[in-house]
Design a protein around this ligand. Structure first.
Ligand SMILES: [Cu+2]
Length: 128
């Protein structure tokens, strides 16, 4: 009797182990493909970018990836007139990827056209 219980428990563990192994094989954990990509993430939330509208530093002739993610309840966009960046309206939970690139150094303002009073910061292109 006691041996039967031990056997049932052992078989249960083996069964669960096999199911777990098959699950891992058919549904492997997703590896993040973005962690090694250098770039800038601006999260639009509470009518600010990243809470502080941070300066973004970019080197001349070294394009930098820019992802704008909208975690707000209203639409936002990001525009840099002189760098020809315009994400168009980004809906809540949507994102848009673009690039910051310039052949010339300078300071350029980025802003949201819907909330230009609060969502405004600087892109600084520095010499190489
Ligand atoms: Cu906005």
């Amino acid at each position: 009797m006691f041996n039967n219980i031990i056997a049932i428990i052992a078989i249960s563990f083996i069964t669960v182990g096999i199911i777990w192994a098959i699950g891992n094989f058919t549904h492997p954990a997703k590896e993040s493909t973005t962690t090694h990509i250098k770039g800038v993430l601006l999260v639009a939330q509470d009518n600010l970018f990243n809470g502080t509208n941070p300066d973004i530093i970019v080197t001349v002739n070294v394009p930098k990836k820019l992802v704008v993610l909208n975690k707000d309840f209203v639409r936002h966009d990001l525009i840099v007139d002189k760098l020809n960046i315009n994400t168009a309206y980004i809906s809540p939970e949507q994102d848009f990827t673009t690039a910051i690139a310039s052949k010339n150094p300078g300071t350029f303002e980025y802003y949201c056209s819907l909330h230009p009073m609060t969502m405004r910061g600087k892109i600084i292109i520095k010499a190489a």
